[in-house]
Design a protein around this ligand. Sequence first.
Ligand code: AMP
Ligand code: ZN
Length: 143
Amino acid sequence: MSECIFCKIIKGEIPSCRIYEDDLVYAFLDIGPINFGHTLVIPKEHHESSATIPEATAGRMFRIGSRIGVALKRELDYEAFNLHLADGTAAGQVVMHAHLHVIPRGVEDGFHWNWRQLRYGDGEAAAVAEKIVKRLAATVAGK
Ligand code: AMP
Ligand code: ZN
C-alpha cells in the first residue's frame, strides 16, 4: 500500500521513534500519546482489519504489545497498561493499517474510558449469542 503512512514508516520513508522490530511486526511511539510512552504495534504486512492478519503475526503483535506494556511499567514508572485496537471507522480507527495501541496507565493519569454498561432483556443475550456463535463457526472453519 504505497499511500499508507504506516507502510511508509516501516519502509523508513516517514520518521518514527522505533521501539521494536522483527520479521513480522514493527513498534514505534504514537505521535499523539495518551500518556508518554504510548506505543503502536503494527504488522509489517499491510492489513486494514485485524481480522485478516495471519495468526502468527497477530500472536506476535499481542505478545510484543504485552512486553512493551511491562517495559513501560518498569522503566517509566507506570502502574498498568491498556491494549487497544480500533477496527473500523465507527470504532475510532483513523489510520487504515491495523495497529495495536499499548497505552501506559497510572491511577491518577486523568484519562478515563467512557465505558457504559447496557442491560439485556429477557432472552436477548441468548439470541445475540446464538447469532455470533453461528457466524463464528462458519468463519473460523474457513480460517
Ligand atoms: P487510531 O485512531 O486507532 O487509528 O489511531 C491512529 C494513531 O496513529 C493515533 O493515535 C495517532 O496519534 C497515530 N499516528 C498517526 N500518524 C502517526 C505518525 N506519523 N507517527 C506516529 N503515530 C502516528
Ligand atoms: Zn499500510
